[in-house]
Design a protein. Structure first.
Length: 245
């Protein structure tokens, strides 16, 4: 089904491209040729590596911070009361605002990108983990108290195993969001990276390059999802039975 859907998309794209000027909607063949030129240019890989580093750096910080905060909010009424409003505020702040704040705080330094990605992704990870903690089996928690588990042992042996689906859900969504956040931050404040390249070709109204880099960006996201997140999830949850309806 995946191959068939891609074939249909390319056919529709080719048919639509025949109806519009090539400057507005280039054909799939034109975009493929541009993509091949980019892949032959070593400088393209420099931009890709820079964006990948920034994405995973900011995402790693957000995943760690969001997991800790989500667990604390789910297990402590006081922490939930203090942080609930601010997590909601974080969800509401547009990504572009964080990119501009990072630029104002750190100038053109790369730190601004990490700052923006962290604060864009953190609330989403926190909410996912927080809701996961609220669905934990209370019986297991009570049993751990009977056996006098320490708080750290409860988190490690009772909470985290039940949170695995929520953690991977947060990782999947957060990583996709981190890619987008990195592109926005690079567009605003950097002189390298995929976001910067987007902005450069957009300013020149070079649609084949814009679409070619879009394909590159999507391919990177899909690669991270398939070869990293799904592979890791399959290994961690291999003991679970697959349920089909």
């Amino acid at each position: 089904m995946g191959t068939a859907s891609v074939a249909v998309l390319l056919a529709v794209w080719a048919a639509a491209a025949a109806l519009f000027p090539k400057d507005y909607l280039p054909s799939p063949a034109a975009v493929a040729a541009t993509l091949a030129e980019n892949l032959a240019d070593p400088d393209s890989y420099r931009h890709i590596v820079v964006s990948v580093r920034r994405t995973f750096g900011g995402f790693g910080l957000a995943l760690l911070g969001g997991t800790v905060l989500g667990i604390l909010m789910g297990t402590s009424r006081r922490v939930e009361y203090l942080c609930d409003l601010w997590v909601t505020v974080g969800l509401a702040v547009p990504s572009l605002c964080w990119a501009f704040v990072g630029l104002m705080f750190f100038g053109l330094a790369e730190t601004g990108v990490y700052f923006a990605v962290l604060w864009i992704v953190l609330p989403f990870v926190t909410v996912n983990v927080w809701q996961g903690v609220r669905t934990l089996d209370a019986g297991l928690t009570q049993m751990s108290r009977v056996f006098r588990f320490s708080r750290g042992a409860v988190v490690r042996h009772v909470v985290l195993p039940q949170l695995v689906p929520y953690l991977f859900g947060a990782a999947r969504y957060g990583l996709a969001l981190a890619w987008k956040a990195t592109a926005v931050a690079e567009l605003v404040s950097q002189q390298d990276g995929v976001g910067y390249v987007f902005g450069k070709w957009f300013g020149l109204f070079h649609m084949p390059q814009v679409l070619a880099w879009t394909v590159t960006f999507v391919t990177l996201m899909l690669g991270a999802e398939v070869f990293l997140v799904r592979t890791l999830e399959a290994g961690v949850t291999r003991w679970r039975r697959e349920v089909r309806l």
